[in-house]
Design a protein around this ligand. Structure first.
Ligand SMILES: Nc1ncnc2c1ncn2[C@@H]1O[C@H](COP(=O)(O)OP(=O)(O)O)[C@@H](O)[C@H]1O
Ligand SMILES: [Mg+2]
Length: 248
């Protein structure tokens, strides 16, 4: 299920990372195009978060290359990749608890989106609005509930004005109606961006992503149209032993 790569915005080729000699991501090829939303599933420890770390630059690749818009960013530091348009909403939210929601967004607006003066305030207001956080703008992040913390993690990534948005379990732990709110938010962010969304919640990915990638033991084993991958016997084999209702 190779994919055409001429129009890829982000393109990883043979990207690999080991920890203490144990491969976490093993020679993964992945391309992402503008307007594309790609879901990623795979068991715990499959290498999904490590892959996202390799794309955003918090992990250095041991091997392989990464290009953004045709430019080699394999060795580019994370803060520079963020300025170039790659942003991640992390699995473990990395907010400043004692700062307000708005102040948490000012940092990426200044350092990621490179805005100044009044533009910062306007953009932060827009992101607050887009992410459903306007009413909590002046609340300290440490006082937010889980849904709002998840929204804030996503908002922080969005505030950098990314062309590639990497989402790592932004809906984990939420109730079904809350997940639907996150789905609506992610859907609203699709236009003009490439989105890679790692999540263990199939209905959320199905509702937003037209393409699905499956990882297992550090390797990308399937990649293609959502329903085609979903029906693939290899996927079912990976999840054998997992109750059906966890996949429904
Ligand atoms: N910083 C790290 N140091 C050592 N091992 C790590 C680190 N991050 C991830 N790993 C290991 O790499 C493998 C893949 O982890 P991860 O990418 O977090 O998987 P996933 O997100 O799919 O659950 C696991 O075996 C994990 O223990
Ligand atoms: Mg993970």
């Amino acid at each position: 299920m190779a994919r055409p790569s001429e129009n890829a915005l982000l393109q990883a080729t043979g990207i690999s990372k080991s920890f203490n000699g144990v491969p976490a991501v093993a020679s993964v090829d992945l391309d992402l195009g503008i307007g594309e939303s790609v879901g990623v599933i795979g068991p715990n420890g499959a290498g999904k978060s490590t892959l996202i770390g390799l794309l955003v630059g918090s992990h250095r690749a041991d091997a392989g290359t990464l290009t953004l818009d045709g430019r080699d960013v394999t060795s580019t530091a994370e803060h520079k990749r963020v300025r170039a348009g790659i942003a991640r909403a992390a699995q473990i939210p990395q907010t400043f608890g004692r700062l307000t929601v708005a102040d948490n967004l000012r940092l990426p607006a200044v350092f990621g989106a490179k805005l100044h003066g009044a533009d910062v305030r306007h953009w932060v207001d827009e992101v607050l609005e887009l992410c459903g956080l306007a009413a909590q703008a002046h609340v300290e992040a440490q006082h937010l509930g889980l849904l709002s913390r998840k929204r804030l993690e996503l908002a922080k990534a969005l505030a950098t004005r990314p062309s590639v948005l990497l989402l790592d379990e932004v809906a984990a732990g939420l109730t079904e109606p809350e997940i639907e709110q996150i789905m609506a938010l992610v859907r609203s962010l699709r236009e003009g961006r490439a989105i890679l969304w790692v999540e263990h919640i199939p209905f959320a990915l199905r509702g937003v992503c037209e393409r699905l990638v499956v990882m297992d033991k550090g390797a990308k084993i399937l990649d293609g149209p959502f329903e085609k991958v979903w029906a693939d016997p290899e996927l079912q084999a990976i999840y054998m032993g997992v109750p059906d209702d966890a996949l429904a």
